[in-house]
Design a protein around this ligand. Structure first.
Ligand code: ADP
Ligand code: MG
Ligand code: MG
Length: 912
């Protein structure tokens, strides 16, 4: 065998159990290219080919077509030679032509992002040579019509004219099928295929004004450039934005010798997974089609068959197909081609062990010989992610740290969301059944077009099948329902990646895009009608269905306890009610980092007393109203303390500007005036007085307690009395009282004095005591800078990163919507600082505040209670600067636990 030199820098070759590249080189070769190289190197049968690097794509954006071709021409020509030598045929030869595929692949897999062209190299002369060589006329014409179809769509940009139209080539095929009274592509005769080629070329001529290109080299360069162009197409851009991938990664181009699954009954193609991508179960599964090529399986042109017999039986049960009918008409690959199945089964096992993760593979059988065309770490649901990580750990393929790092924290969110309540499900409401393509429950109104997925608040995107253009709409919809396609269809794969509920291949649905209707067994449903889908069972249900909380045990619990083993930081929750506190505790919260007391005042019976307090003109009047509020606050705190069973609870004193509590509508102002026996005009005057130009920078936070000390007194009393009441019940709590929004040391000192004095007073009255802490929120940049002074008095710090970000950037959070999205689009900001902590700027304030505070008081407890406390990237930063805990909303607690564990694992790895 010819050895491969590695002096080539822009084109990497693979084939014949050898390769220039390896799986480590994903950034340069793209995921697909790197894995093709790796597979080839470890002896998996991969058709020979080469990969043009992602760097060339980036250069292309600068250089344009001509110079890029010049740059790589020689290397590409010699790589084509390399393939020719292995395959024993010649690119562009009329007698013995080499056909190739041109594929794309970025460093991470973007399903359907960039398109593939198969059978490239065919033209009017080469088909004769190929027919002589293969003696299979049908196969050659079928390949030719496919090539024209794909090349025209991908490279020549021929798309349906309107969204109600189907692909122009599909339309021609549909017409011919109707005329010939056949249903399947495989029913086309040689003459049909010849007619199709003729008609296809005709459409191309009419639409583009040019002849379909016959020169193979022109075809090849056209395809390569189209791959590079697709990197900056709308779909790819949207996918990058959704996942936060930078645009300078670029895509690689993979050129590979064709192997043919459409050579007859002894050939086929398929997709398989080493484990179940929906549930994570360790069962090999997949789908295949006989006498088919490439995307046929994914696009759902025919009903794909199951690879294993077990899977085949399960599938038949769902589709209500009798066993005899199944084994005759839809046999598994295991039954139909036992030798091929045996080989495939071995390769899937080798590849999973080699990559030590669940693999998603493509294969093609050409005349009884098996080829593997792709492998990658398979996309999976949140549930599968957790189960697979735990199972691989148990099987000894990965260690505990690796298992931990296999978890994408944000994906855990999927597991925490409701499922259909079986009690609320009436059997009769199930109108049809599809395949359980991506689990979960979704209820919404029917929409038929991706660009209308936001037409209603909750939508189910209902389509014959989905395509990469639909990505954005799929992301917006609550669930996805398709009439065609199997478990490996575009809809299914993408939905699982997004963690979105999906039912695919529901053959009973007759969808009419033009009329915007769906008919199921005679009953018509229209756009806007409510339906529900269950992605775990495949059920399609009429109307809305009630949901219930999911169960969190098994592998989820194992990952959670494993995360506790590795993390250094504690995870607390932000909770204002006993209910939230309980939910958070069930998710493993180790305390409350923020209880916002103002939320308690908005309830109907309380808002009145609150307004009375605000409208009072005298201290006496205010105290009277506060007295009414005291028992309510106290019982709220008791509820929360009790829910937390002795775990630490941080209570923040009143924070928002008072005008948020007073009524702004005439009717409610009148009501209030009557209630308080004062005139409407005095209510109006008071409301007007509270109006501020910049409420967020106005009379709020500790400025309230410092101007109306009686508010702080009442709140402190409520907190301490609640703690004492619980102590009498045998529950010891150490309340942490938190003063909001301080900027100067004295603002804190004065509040601290009031709090301590009030507490002493209550202790004396009750002749009993509890421990308590007094600390502050650091949310004004000045406070972060003054941290050493503040720490002389404060027992703890909690960074309020929402306000801190707002003030550090000078962006009003409520108005930022207008410009933030534009900033992000233009790249002026790389991420939304309200979502992901701005490490560079705001991060400095956090680091300085922590460091200076601890310089004064080494034992100072430091945490974060802004929205960032549940965002993995920000959690990592909190760990880096040595915070004691993060606090986040209840549903983010599991995410923060895992993120904190990953942060400390990575931190140790970097420092060892
Ligand atoms: P995607 O990234 O959308 O999966 P691929 O490049 O993997 O696109 O190709 C699309 C389909 O074409 C796949 O089913 C793949 O297996 C098939 N295919 C690609 N290259 C070849 C080839 N050289 N021979 C046969 N089939 C191929
Ligand atoms: Mg594709
Ligand atoms: Mg692929």
């Amino acid at each position: 065998m010819e050895t491969i030199s590695s002096i080539k820098t822009r084109v990497y070759r693979f084939g014949n159990k050898n390769a220039d590249g390896s799986s480590e080189m994903k950034n340069l070769l793209g995921g697909k290219g790197a894995n093709l190289a790796e597979m080839s190197a470890i002896g998996i049968p991969v058709p020979p080919g080469f990969t043009i690097t992602t760097e060339v794509c980036t250069a292309y954006n600068r250089l344009g077509q001509e110079d890029t071709i010049y740059l790589i021409k020689e290397e590409v020509e010699s790589a084509i030679d390399f393939i020719e030598n292995i395959m024993g045929c010649k690119f562009g030869d009329m007698e013995n032509p080499l056909l190739i595929s041109v594929r794309s692949g970025a460093r991470v897999s973007m399903p359907g992002m960039m398109d593939t062209v198969l059978n490239l190299g065919l033209n009017d002369q080469a088909i004769d040579g190929l027919i002589r060589k293969t003696a299979n006329e049908r196969f050659v014409w079928d390949s030719y019509r496919r090539f024209i179809q794909m090349y025209s769509g991908v490279v020549l940009g021929m798309k349906p004219l309107t969204k109600e139209d189907i692909d122009p080539f599909e339309e021609i095929m549909e017409h011919l099928k109707e005329k010939r009274e056949i249903t399947l592509d495989t029913d086309f005769t040689v003459q049909d295929l010849k007619d199709l080629v003729y008609d296809f070329k005709d459409v191309v001529r009419k639409r583009t004004g040019k002849e379909f290109p016959m020169d193979p080299w022109e075809q090849l360069w056209g395809a390569v450039m189209a791959v590079f162009d697709s990197w900056n197409g709308d779909r790819a851009k949207y996918y990058r934005k959704m996942n936060g991938y930078p645009s300078d990664w670029g895509t690689a181009v993979n050129v590979q010798a064709m192997v043919f699954g459409n050579m007859g009954e002894n050939s086929g193609t398929g997709v398989c997974f080493t484990r179940d991508a929906a549930t994570g179960e360790n069962v090999f599964n997949g789908e295949y089609l006989i006498n088919a090529q490439g995307e046929d399986v994914v696009a759902g042109v025919r009903t794909p068959q199951q690879i294993t017999t077990l899977g085949s039986k399960k599938w038949a049960e769902l589709a209500q197909i009798e066993e005899k009918d199944r084994s005759e008409n839809y046999p598994s690959l295991e039954e139909l081609m036992p030798k091929m199945f045996y080989e495939l089964n071995q390769y899937q096992d080798i590849l999973e062990r080699h990559y030590r993760d669940m693999q998603d593979m493509e294969f093609t059988i050409q005349d009884g010989k098996l080829w593997i065309l792709q492998t990658r770490n398979g996309k999976r649901t949140g549930a599968a992610m957790v189960k697979i990580a735990v199972d691989l750990l148990k099987e000894g393929l990965i260690n505990e740290k690796e298992a931990m790092l296999r978890i994408e924290p944000n994906k855990l969110d999927e597991l925490l969301h409701p499922v259909f309540d079986p009690a609320g499900l009436v059997k009769e409401d199930i109108i049809a059944q599809g395949l359980p393509a991506s689990p979960g429950a979704a209820t919404g109104q029917i929409v038929f077009f991706a660009d209308e997925a936001d037409k209603y608040k909750y939508t189910i995107l209902t389509r014959i099948e989905t395509s990469p253009e639909d990505l954005e709409g799929m992301n917006v919809a609550k669930g996805i329902l398709t009439a065609r396609g199997g478990m490996t269809s575009h809809a299914a794969v993408v939905a699982r990646g997004m963690g979105k509920c999906c039912v695919s291949g529901a053959g009973a649905l007759k969808i009419n895009y033009k009329e915007r209707t769906m008919t199921v067994e005679g009953k018509e449903y229209q756009e806007g009608d409510w339906i529900s889908i269950n992605g775990s069972t495949g059920n399609i249900i009429e109307g809305k269905v009630p949901t219930m909380e999911p169960e969190l045990s098994g592998e989820f619990a194992q990952i959670m306890s494993l995360s506790d083993k590795f993390r250094k930081m504690k995870v607390r929750t932000n909770a204002d009610t006993p209910k939230d506190a309980k939910v958070a505790r069930s998710f493993g919260a180790e305390g409350i980092g923020l209880t916002r007391t103002e939320h308690m005042f908005f309830e109907v019976d309380r808002i009145k007393a609150m307004r009375e307090m605000i409208l009072a003109d005298t201290v006496k009047g205010r105290k009277l109203a506060l007295k009414e509020l005291l028992p309510m606050q106290r019982s709220d705190f008791e509820g929360i303390f009790e829910a937390m069973q002795g775990l630490p609870v941080t209570v923040r004193l009143l924070d928002p500007p008072l005008h948020e509590f007073v009524p702004h509508q005439l009717a409610t102002q009148k009501e209030l005036a009557e209630d308080l026996h004062i005139s409407l005009s005095s209510v109006k005057t008071k409301v007007a007085e509270l109006q501020e130009f910049n409420p967020m920078l106005g009379h709020r936070g500790c400025r309230l307690g410092n101007t109306y000390p009686e508010i702080t007194e009442m709140q402190t009393r409520a907190i301490i009395e609640a703690a004492l009441n619980l102590k009498e019940k045998g529950i010891e709590v150490t309340p942490e009282i938190m003063v909001p929004l301080i900027g100067t040391v004295n603002e804190f000192v004065v509040q601290d004095e009031i709090i301590r004095k009030t507490a002493e007073q209550v202790f004396k009255e009750r002749n009993n005591k509890v421990e308590f802490l007094v600390g502050t929120m650091i949310e004004i940049p000045r406070a972060a800078l003054m941290a050493d002074k503040i720490a002389e008095r404060a027992d703890f710090f909690s960074f309020g990163t929402n306000d801190l970000t707002q003030m550090a950037f000078g962006y009003s959070r409520d108005d930022a919507g207008k410009f933030l999205s534009i900033y992000l689009e233009k790249g002026i900001l790389t991420s939304d600082p309200f979502e992901i902590i701005d490490r560079e700027g705001v991060g400095q304030l956090l680091a300085i505040g922590t460091e200076r505070g601890r310089k004064t008081k080494p034992s100072l407890k430091v945490g974060i209670c802004g929205e960032h406390g549940g965002e993995p990237n920000s959690v990592e930063f909190c760990n880096m600067i040595g915070m004691n805990y993060v606090s986040c909303s209840p549903f983010r607690v599991p995410i923060a636990r895992v993120a904190a564990a990953q942060a400390s694992i990575l931190d140790k790895e970097q420092n060892s």
